[in-house]
Design a protein. Structure first.
Length: 580
């Protein structure tokens, strides 16, 4: 059985879903790289080897300069140096290309695993967390942020692999050539380090603010689209347009801040480049003047520094893209690493399938929607929940199903619990795909039996390609009643121990009420069930009826007992009978 208790606080922040810290992001990426570490090590070795080969070009040019200066260079010397440089360039390019390919494959493999975990975790998030954060936040993380991380690969991977190895090998070569040159460059390195430190401290916050603004804009667009009929009905088009434009301008302002920060980084890099070249040239002049170096050695050192400046600038400039990708990555990992609030406990042999012990619930900081609910549902019993609009029926169904976590109290329910509401969704795919969502591997004969049990067999017979007919957007259209029958057949195939119907047969209207009620009876037969009744005729057929008012249970009993008691349910039933 699943045992869910109230939890003080949530994993989501007030502004939305959580964002992973830098340490959490590194730890999760390291965990995801578990199966690729040997490949990463091989990539590193290949990158260092390929970059080391390219150093031969600078050394060969310095050698040629010295031979020319001493007058010992001839045609053979020039041809030998040319061949060596060409061979080094070809081997270095091949090694670089292979390094980039290997690094890209590992990158996308890890990203694919992270994306799968993100989708899997998002599908299990408690509904109240998503609602409080805004669905736009979750959609932005699973679309905009995934895209940002994926699109960063072409810009980031070549630079991170090639330039990192180039800097390492070039610094080593510079130190091996003559240490004063390496010391001269090292003196200027703090300029780059301070630039990186400043950018890392400033840029990440700017990019996170930009992503947050994008989430808010997505939320506004979603609300306008989902409430399209309401927007038109109340003439709210201009108001919604202003709301979207306000958030769009907020995104523009944050993007402008990010570009400004990048420009300030460029200025710091230009200063570092100027100081680096000046330091090496001055040291070279002093060494040559004191016969401590040669013109060829100074040439080699200058070429190595120039070789370093390009990669250093590229590495620091790509941090702009890297910061944006890291901001998105930390938002993705923030969802992946959210702690599971509910826990599974071993099922116990008991006659009670559902137990609610003083359960309370509220949406956000609003008033309590459920207040001190105590309810036991024996195994195999069908319980109807009735009451006027706003009594808390749907919220109670959500708490029992586990889509809402209680603010206080304790909920115990079977591990295999399934719920459908009046908002029935037909997924894009074949009829077979829609049915087997709840029971993968089900045979066609079982699918046919489920359709027949719920009275939906005529749907199958009317479809042009039967089980292979495409449904959903762009596919074969279904009526509201047919969509509800499909949902009930899917629920039957799920074979859950506890079934919750939240007005699941209400959307099709009264024309198909009897047909849908018979389909619901077939699904609920022999199962523990909670039925939020849209029609009191549904409640009358249940084993027990729970009457709610203002978030509390005020009456409970069988249909006959409650009618004879002359209370709230009796009044509702009399009004129902009179209306019929």
């Amino acid at each position: 059985m699943s045992d869910i208790s109230a939890v003080p606080g949530t994993a989501a922040s007030d502004a939305g879903l959580p964002v992973a810290s830098g340490r959490e992001t590194v730890r999760e990426v390291w965990r995801l790289s578990h199966g690729y570490r040997l490949r990463l090590a091989a990539t590193g070795v290949l990158g260092i080897a390929g970059t080391g080969v390219t150093l031969i070009v600078s050394v060969a040019i310095g050698f040629l300069v010295d031979r020319v200066q001493s007058g010992t260079a001839d045609l053979g010397t020039v041809l030998t140096v040319t061949v060596v440089m060409t061979l080094a360039a070809v081997l270095g390019a091949a090694g670089t290309a292979l390094t980039i390919v290997l690094a890209t494959r590992v990158y996308h493999s890890i990203l694919a695993a992270l994306r799968e975990q993100l989708v899997s975790r998002a599908m299990t998030l408690p509904q109240h967390l998503v609602e409080r954060a805004g669905t736009g936040d979750l959609i932005s993380r699973s679309s905009d942020d995934v895209t940002a991380v994926a699109d960063a690969a072409p810009a980031v991977i070549p630079v991170l692999t090639v330039t990192t190895f180039t800097i390492m090998v070039s610094l080593g070569g510079l130190a091996a050539l003559e240490w004063p040159y390496a010391a001269a460059f090292a003196v200027v390195l703090p300029v780059y380090m301070l630039a990186v430190r400043w950018y890392l401290r400033t840029g990440l916050g700017v990019y996170r603010a930009e992503r947050t603004a994008m989430s808010s804009r997505t939320q506004q667009i979603l609300e306008s689209q989902r409430g399209y009929a309401t927007v038109l009905g109340f003439g709210l088009a201009e108001q919604r347009h202003r709301a979207v434009m306000t958030d769009s301008w907020r995104v523009a302002r944050q993007s402008l801040r990010a570009r400004t920060v990048l420009s300030m980084l460029n200025a710091r890099l230009n200063l570092g480049e100027c100081l680096s070249l000046a330091a090496v040239l001055v040291v070279g002049f002093v060494l040559i003047d004191h016969d401590a170096s040669t013109v060829g050695g100074a040439t080699t050192a200058t070429l190595l520094v120039l070789r370093l400046l390009g990669p250093v600038n590229q590495l620091l400039l790509v941090i702009d893209t890297l910061q944006s990708a890291l901001a998105s990555l930390s938002r993705m990992i923030g969802v992946v690493t959210m702690p599971l609030i509910s826990s599974d406990v071993p099922a116990q042999a008991t006659s009670t399938a559902v137990h609610l012990d003083q359960v309370s619930f509220r949406y956000g900081q609003g008033p309590r929607v459920l207040d001190g609910i105590a309810l036991d549902i024996p195994s195999g019993q069908r319980v109807a929940v009735v009451g006027v609009s706003g009594a808390g029926k749907t919220t109670l169904a959500g708490v029992v199903a586990g889509t809402h976590l209680p603010e206080a109290g304790r909920v115990t329910r079977p591990g295999r619990t399934a719920m459908i509401t009046q908002e029935v969704h037909v997924f894009v795919g074949t009829l077979r795909d829609n049915l087997t969502l709840a029971a993968p591997g089900t045979t066609d004969s079982d699918l046919r039996a489920a359709l027949e049990a719920t009275g939906a067999a005529p749907i199958l017979d009317a479809l042009p390609d039967r089980l292979d007919t495409l449904l959903g957007v762009g596919g074969h259209p279904l009526t509201d009643a047919q969509a509800q029958q499909l949902a009930l057949a899917r629920l039957l195939l799920a074979d859950a121990d506890l079934v919750i119907l939240d007005e699941a047969t209400a959307e099709a209207g009264s024309t198909y009420a009897g047909q849908l009620d018979r389909a619901a009876d077939a699904v609920l037969a022999g199962r523990t069930a909670v039925v939020v009744a849209h029609r009191l005729s549904q409640a009358a057929t249940c084993d027990r009826i729970v009457v709610m008012e203002r978030g509390r249970i005020i009456e409970t009993g069988t249909h006959g007992e409650l009618v004879d008691a002359g209370g709230v349910y009796a009044g509702l039933w009399n009004a129902w009978e009179a209306a019929r």
